[in-house]
Write a protein that binds this ligand. Structure first.
Ligand SMILES: Nc1ncnc2c1ncn2[C@@H]1O[C@H](COP(=O)(O)OP(=O)(O)OP(=O)(O)O)[C@@H](O)[C@H]1O
Length: 251
């Protein structure tokens, strides 16, 4: 399996990455690379190490083995967040009692974002939340909260986004907003790596789908070389032997 997407110099490159948490080896051997504009979806059963991988790639946790290259540089100890990388985890990291505008101003000032008002206007526009800038975040629906969390991630104008189950709990309009944003982001050269439990959702948006199992990729395929039905069959066999029903009918 050649786990390489994009022909130009890679934005992110993992070589035999390993990570131990406590006494457990959660990532055993993960290698792949993504170039500008490429998109990869990672599927896998609960506990496979997907979130751990994202945290290592984001620089939240340092790996215990292997090499991590980001933007052409080998990280000396594997750690360090980078403003060029936007990481959307399971928490929004927004303050519920503050309005969306106050939240974005807070993070913008913290990170020293230039032309902050303009930037805020642009990011809320990208996620379609301009109309709720002055509402406290605690009043947001799940979909609005996810979109607001994405707006926060976009403040630093990342070149690579790492999205951990970004579609979870989103209604159809919010999914469409997220789909549209991912397409636009990619068309401008942005690189996307997302974790999902819904192969059908990821399929239309990415160049390749990988299955992580016990800390290593056990399957990887470009979407162009594989009909959706085949992906669903593989997913059911390797990840969800109990059965899987596509969550959305894409026709
Ligand atoms: N901070 C931690 N300390 C110790 N073990 C951890 C820690 N975080 C995760 N683990 C363990 O590492 C393994 C992988 O967890 P991880 O969250 O990366 O899996 P995942 O593939 O994202 O799962 P899910 O689909 O349930 O989100 C699990 O066995 C989990 O219990």
């Amino acid at each position: 399996m050649d786990k390489r997407l994009g022909s130009r110099s890679p934005v992110i490159r993992a070589v035999h990455l390993a990570k131990t948490l406590g006494t457990a080896t959660v990532l055993q051997d993960v290698s792949f690379e993504l170039g500008p504009g490429a998109a990869l979806a990672i599927l896998g059963p609960n506990g496979a190490g997907k979130t751990t991988l994202l945290k290592v790639l984001a620089g939240v946790w340092a790996p215990n083995g292997g090499e991590l290259w980001r933007f052409g540089q080998l990280l000396p100890d594997g750690g360090h967040p980078d403003p060029r990388i936007g990481y959307l985890g399971h928490q929004s990291l927004l303050y519920p009692s503050l309005t969306l505008l106050e939240n974005l101003r807070f993070y913008g000032r913290l990170w020293g974002i230039p032309r902050l008002s303009e930037t805020i206007e642009s990011v809320v526009d990208q996620v379609g939340l301009g109309w709720s800038l002055d509402d406290p975040v605690r009043t947001f629906s799940r979909g609005m909260l996810q979109r607001a969390a994405i707006a926060r991630v976009l403040l630093t104008a990342p070149e690579l986004v790492l999205l951990d189950e970004p579609y979870t709990g989103l209604d159809l309009p919010s999914r469409h907003v997220l789909d549209g944003w991912i397409r636009t982001f990619r068309s401008q050269g942005g690189t996307v790596l997302m974790i999902t439990h819904h192969p059908d959702e990821a399929y239309r948006l990415v160049d390749a789908v990988a299955i992580l199992h016990t800390g290593r990729f056990i399957w990887w395929s470009p979407t162009q070389e594989m009909p959706l039905e085949q992906l669903l069959t593989v997913y059911q066999r390797l990840v969800a032997p109990g059965g899987y029903s596509p969550s959305v009918n894409f026709g």
